[in-house]
Structure formats: C-alpha cells, structure tokens
Design a protein around this ligand. Structure first.
Ligand code: PLP
Length: 502
C-alpha cells in the first residue's frame, strides 16, 4: 500500500532547492528577454486549451510545475518587463523589488493595525515620508499604501465628499433631505478612474463636469472658474476638482497654481492624480518647472509605474490630516488594540482591512538605489525620450503631438504629400485626410505590434489617432528605442505606399 504523503509543507531543504530553480528561471527570463516577442499571437481559445485541465487530485512534483510554467505560461504573456514594452505606461520590476516581494509573502504579515505588524506599519510611515520628500509633497501629510491609483482617487474623493460642510453621507446617506447636488470637476483629459469614482461615490456621471483643455492638453483654469461659478449660482455644491499631472493620452500637466486658486475661492477640495507624473519630480530639471504638488489636498503617485517596484503599490497622501480617517475609521471590538503612542492603524485610511506588507518593497528599492540612483535612472529615460523626439522632429513624414515633460512621446505618421495637400485643401478634403491619417496610423501600430519586437499603444486626441511611446523601464536603452524608431520608419513607408505596393 502507498504511504500517504506527509502533512505540512516542504522541508526547508526542499524549499531551497525549489527556490533555486525559480531564481534560475527568473535569471533565464531576464537574460533572454530581448529575444522574446513582447506580446503573444495566441488566440484565447487555443490558450485555454493549452492551460486548462482537470482539478489536480494529487500533488505534483514541483519541477514539473516550473517546467510547465516555462513552456506554457511565460511565452503567452504580454511582457511588461520587456525593455521594448512602450505601451500604456512603461513600468518595471527591479530585482530588489522582486526579492522583497518574496520576503513579503514569506512573512505574510497583515498590516491592518500597528499591533498586527509593528515593523510593517512603522516602515510604511517611513517610506511614505521618504516618497513625499521625493515627489515634493508635505512629509507630514497622512499617507497610506494602496493597490492602485484608481482606488486612491476614489478614497480621496470620498474624503472630499465627507469634508463638505453640512453633508453627512457617512451617517445619513446621500438621500437625506436637503443634501445638495455635489459636483466634481476634471479636465477632458482626466483618467477614467475619476469617472468610476463618481459612479461609486453616488456623485453620478452627470455631476462629473469635464473641463475643456487648452492646446497643450492642460485644464483651462478660466473655463473651470466659469463652470464652477455657474454651478454655484444654480445652487450646486463644488465638492472637488481632480487635476492631473501626467495625463494618460499625452503626459500633460494641469496648471495647479491656477486650479488651486479656483478651488480655494469656492471651497472645493483639490485632488491631484500624479499617478504617472509625480516621480519625475526627482529629476531637478523637471522639478524646477513642475507643478507644485503641495497645493493639493490629496495626491496619488504610483511607485509601481515609475519607481521600479512590482505591482501593486500606490501612495495616497492627504495634507488635510484626519480627513481620510474621518471617512474610513470604524473599529469593531475584535480589531480593538491598546493604543500605543505614535502607532498608526492603516486600516483607518481606506476600505481595505487585510493589507500586505507593501512597505518592504519600497524600503528595499529605495535603499538599493538611493535617491541619487533613482534620479539617474529617471533622468536617463528622459534623455532617451529626448533623443526619440529629436529623431521624430527631423523626419518629414512623422510628427509629434503634445509636449510632455515626462518620457511619454506621442507620434504619428503624416506623409509629406498629405501635409502639403492639407495646407490648401477644402474643409471636406481636410476631413478626408484626417480620416486617412487615422487609418494609416492604426495600421502602423497594428503592424508594429504584430511584429512583436516592440509594443506601443495609442490615443485619440484632437489631432487624431496617435501612437504613444512610453519610456521608463529600468532596462530600456537608447538602442532599444532607436530600434523601435527604425521599425516605425520602415513600416511607415510600407503603410503609406499605394495599396498595391504594401
Ligand atoms: C496609471 C494611471 C491611473 C491608474 O492607475 P492604477 O494604479 O492602474 O489604478 C490613473 N490615473 C493616471 C493619470 C494614471 O497614469
């Protein structure tokens, strides 16, 4: 008769041997990453056939699980850590962050209250202060680590709602008699997470006012003032303005000085979505000309985007101390602990109770590189983006759209013949040319991504359909980006050629 397997987990010798196999897999992954296609061409049905199987009744040898992962899973990912991944936002996990994630899982601390993980909570307050200093926010602000900027904006707007004088949604709900209509303002370039927050908070999409942006895709503060004023005249209450530093389409930054002035005049909370833009403030040349985040009542920045830390880690800050806790603090008997002097219970700041020890990842990454090392790496991404911008500007068949301070480059193919024709064309012909350009650029992006050597995404802005090339991966070199530029020119010539020559 077969011996039943022993209970409990692997002995530590077995763990070590298996860990070595996984570390080898990780090294092999990074050593060979440039040989991988950034994306996979597999269809959903085929992938399900490849990965599906019956529920395993008995345990399997670990090396078989690793082998399957190597053969069937890794080839069919979109490789966000690939140095030629330029879609959405270029992110990257540094080795220090990867290893910290392993230790976070090993100790499996739940950092809900100070007592449930004292060093976890304490390190959280330490790294939050460091990061506030790095991005230029108030180091004494309330701050909490959360899983994503979208949730950060939701939490901040919840605090903003609960800070409106005379409104007590927390106790009475939104339907209490006399509750005014609350209005939120964001530019037409704001991230969709603002819309989602308006949905979930009971503000409603109709009360999220989209403020027009200027030719640089920045919120027009004069338009904001007018919109708020007419709402106030109509008896509506301006609850909050969401400004963006680093918009998703073109990396623009709203003018915080002017926007903050409107907020102060009308008593509206200013939330700044700096999920993408915040960390570039580490680079002194950017900081000098950057918007001042200290004007914000609350702000979100994303270390999982720009600070070489694996998903998911976002920092939410509010200089209105106590406002987040005012919305979210609720302590049932079973979570009551003796209040120790200086102890922070992070569950008080958001909806989340169980929370992983995210602070350790940041503590390892920041200490590994130091402020100087992080700054140097961010500056290199900005330098490479500058080289790409210069190359695009020098080419007669391409043009750039927007002008971000951050390494997000928007480009489109605009063949010189069409440009020349556009100059003197009738309004109707111009419309046709614009449609033709959109079609050309969509085809350019599709072909580029199908080839698999690089991966970019797109946006539709006033000019039309543009390719977004985000640069920020810790392993991306100028050669990687110039190889992408070569591909764009080569494919560009093909897609712009007469149909029979394509
Ligand atoms: C990335 C991004 C978000 C969404 O962040 P998540 O962490 O994915 O929720 C929101 N706003 C802006 C401006 C962003 O760049």
């Amino acid at each position: 008769m077969r011996e039943p397997p022993p209970l409990g987990d692997w002995p530590t010798e077995e763990f070590e041997a298996n860990a070595r196999a996984v570390v080898e897999l990780v090294s092999e992954y990074f050593d060979g990453i440039r040989d991988r296609s950034v994306t996979t061409a597999i269809e959903p049905r085929a992938l399900l056939d490849l990965l599906d199987g019956p529920l395993p009744e008995h345990g399997e040898p670990f090396d078989r699980i690793v082998a399957d992962t190597r053969a069937k899973v890794l080839p069919h990912l979109t490789h966000w850590n690939h140095p030629r991944f330029h879609a959405y936002f270029s992110i990257s996990a540094s080795f220090a962050g990867i290893l910290a994630d392993m230790l976070v899982s090993a100790v499996d601390v739940n950092a809900m209250v100070w007592r449930s993980g004292p060093a976890a909570s304490t390190l959280e307050s330490v790294v939050m202060r460091w990061i506030a200093e790095m991005v230029g926010y108030d180091p004494a602000a309330d701050g909490v680590l959360i899983n994503g900027a979208s949730l950060g904006t939701f939490y901040a707007l919840c605090a903003a709602r609960d800070a409106v004088p005379g409104v007590d949604v927390r106790r009475k709900g939104l339907t209490a008699p006399g509750t005014p209509v609350l209005r939120v303002y964001a530019s037409d370039q704001a991230h969709s997470s603002v819309d989602k927050a308006a949905i979930a908070l009971g503000v409603g999409l109709d009360n999220l006012v989209k403020v027009p942006s200027d030719e640089g895709y920045r919120m027009r503060a004069d338009a904001l003032e007018e919109l708020v004023r007419s709402d106030v005249d109509a008896g509506l209450v301006p609850m909050a303005v969401v400004a963006t530093v680093g918009t998703t389409s073109t990396g623009a930054a709203d003018p915080l000085d002017d926007v903050a002035r409107v907020c102060r005049r009308h008593g509206a909370w200013l939330h700044v979505d700096a999920a993408y833009g915040g960390f570039w403030n580490l680079v002194p040349e950017v900081r000098e000309r950057a918007e001042d985040l200290r004007l914000a009542d609350s702000v979100v920045v994303n270390p999982h985007k720009c600070m070489y830390t694996p998903l998911e880690v976002t920092c939410l800050y509010s200089s209105r101390r106590g406002a987040l806790a005012n919305s979210f603090r609720l302590v049932p008997e079973y979570l009551r602990t003796d209040a120790a002097e200086g102890a922070l219970d992070y569950m008080d700041y958001t909806l989340q109770l169980g929370r992983s020890f995210r602070a350790l990842k940041l503590w390892w990454v920041i200490r590994t590189f130091g402020r100087a090392g992080l700054t140097a790496r961010l500056r290199e991404s900005i330098r490479i983006a500058g080289a790409l911008r210069a190359a695009v500007d020098a080419h007669p068949d391409f043009e750039r759209v927007g002008d971000s301070a951050f390494p997000l480059v928007c480009v489109r193919l605009f063949p010189r013949e069409l440009r020349a024709e556009m100059a003197n064309a009738s309004e109707e012909r111009r419309r046709e040319i614009r449609a033709e350009l959109d079609e050309l650029n969509a085809r350019l992006l599709r072909r580029l991504n199908d080839e698999g050597d690089a991966f970019a995404s797109h946006a539709v802005v006033r000019e039309g359909y543009v390719l977004r090339i985000s640069i920020g991966n810790i392993r991306t070199t100028e050669d990687d980006v110039m190889a992408l530029w070569d591909s764009l020119r080569r494919i560009g010539e093909k897609v712009a050629a007469p149909i029979e020559a394509r």
